[in-house]
Design a protein around this ligand. Structure first.
Ligand code: FPP
Length: 249
C-alpha cells in the first residue's frame, strides 16, 4: 500500500542539535535553543506552504528536567518569549497551536501561556502545530491507560482502537514522517505509540540550521518510500478483471 501523496499529512520532528550549534559558536546552549525557535517558525511556514496539515515538534521532554538548572529555566523562559514573539503571527497565518504533555509538572505561567496559545488559535485550520512540552511517549501511554481505567473500560474491552482514544493526540492522524535532526539515530521517547508505521528520516543538520531546503530533502526521501503498513513485501497488482482475491478484499 503506497501513500497516495508525496506530501505527508502529518510530520513529526525531534529538533536536536541546538546545544552543538551554540557550542560551535562559543555561545551558551540557550542561544542555540533561541535560534531553534526561529527555525521552528520558518519550518511551520514552509510546512503550511507545502500543504502539510499537522506538524508535531518535541520542545521539552520529560527527561529534559535533568539538564542543568540554568538550561531548564532558559527553556521555560524561551517558551514564554516565543509565545510573546510569535503567537500573533501564528494566529494571523491560520496556524492552530496545541500543547501536549504533562501540564501538572510545569509552572503556572508557562501553563497559562500554553492555554493562551490554544485559546487564541482554536478556530484556525490551515496547519495544526502540536508542541510536545514536558512530554514523553511512555508518559503518554501510561496516562492513556490511567484514563481508560478511570473511565471504567473493562480490561477485556481495551484494545488498540479503544486505547488510542485516550492518547494525548487522539484526534490527530498518526505521523506519516518522523524527522530527527542533529545526527543521532534514535527516537528518544517521542510519540512511541503514534509512530508505529511512520517513515523515519535522520539528518546530520543541526536544528537551528534546518530550513526549507532541508525540509524538501526530507520530503523527497519520504516520497521515494514505499509504505506498506505491515502488508506483503511486494505490492502485487491485482488484474482489473480479477473477480476474486486471495486476500479477500
Ligand atoms: C535538543 O537540542 C533540543 C531541545 C532539548 C529543545 C528543543 C527546543 C527548541 C527548538 C525551541 C522550541 C522550544 C520552545 C520552548 C517553544 P540539544 O540541546 O539536545 O542539542 P545537542 O544535542 O546539540 O546538545
Amino acid at each position: 500500500m503506497s501513500h497516495p501523496s508525496s506530501v505527508p499529512r502529518h510530520l513529526a520532528i525531534v529538533m536536536d542539535g541546538n546545544g552543538r550549534w551554540a557550542n560551535r559558536r562559543l555561545m551558551p546552549r540557550v542561544a542555540g535553543h533561541k535560534q531553534g525557535v526561529d527555525a521552528l517558525m520558518n519550518t511551520v511556514r514552509a510546512c503550511a506552504a507545502r500543504g502539510i496539515q499537522y506538524l508535531t515538534v518535541f520542545a521539552f521532554s520529560s527527561e529534559n528536567w535533568k539538564r542543568p538548572q540554568d538550561e531548564v529555566s532558559g527553556l521555560m523562559s524561551l517558551m514564554l518569549s516565543a509565545v510573546a514573539k510569535y503567537l500573533g503571527s501564528l494566529e494571523r497565518e491560520g496556524v492552530r497551536v496545541r500543547i501536549v504533555g504533562d501540564r501538572a509538572g510545569i509552572s503556572q505561567r508557562v501553563r497559562q501561556a500554553c492555554e493562551e496559545c490554544e485559546q487564541r488559535t482554536r478556530h484556525n485550520t490551515r496547519l495544526i502545530l502540536t508542541v510536545a512540552f514536558n512530554y514523553g511517549g511512555r508518559w503518554d501511554i501510561v496516562q492513556a491507560c490511567r484514563r481508560a481505567i478511570a473511565a471504567g473500560v473493562p480490561a477485556e474491552e481495551l484494545d488498540e482502537a479503544r486505547l488510542s482514544g485516550f492518547m494525548s493526540m487522539a484526534d490527530t492522524p498518526d505521523p506519516d514522517l518522523f524527522v530527527r535532526t542533529g545526527g543521532e539515530v534514535r527516537v528518544s521517547n517521542f510519540l512511541l505509540w503514534q509512530i508505529a508505521y511512520s517513515e523515519l528520516y535522520f539528518t546530520d543538520c543541526l536544528w537551528p540550521d534546518f530550513d526549507a531546503a532541508q525540509l524538501d530533502a526530507a520530503l523527497a526521501a519520504y516520497s521515494a518510500r514505499d509504505r506498506r503498513f505491515g502488508t506483503s513485501q511486494e505490492a502485487v497488482p491485482i488484474p482489473p478483471d480479477s473477480s476474486s482475491s486471495i486476500f479477500g478484499d
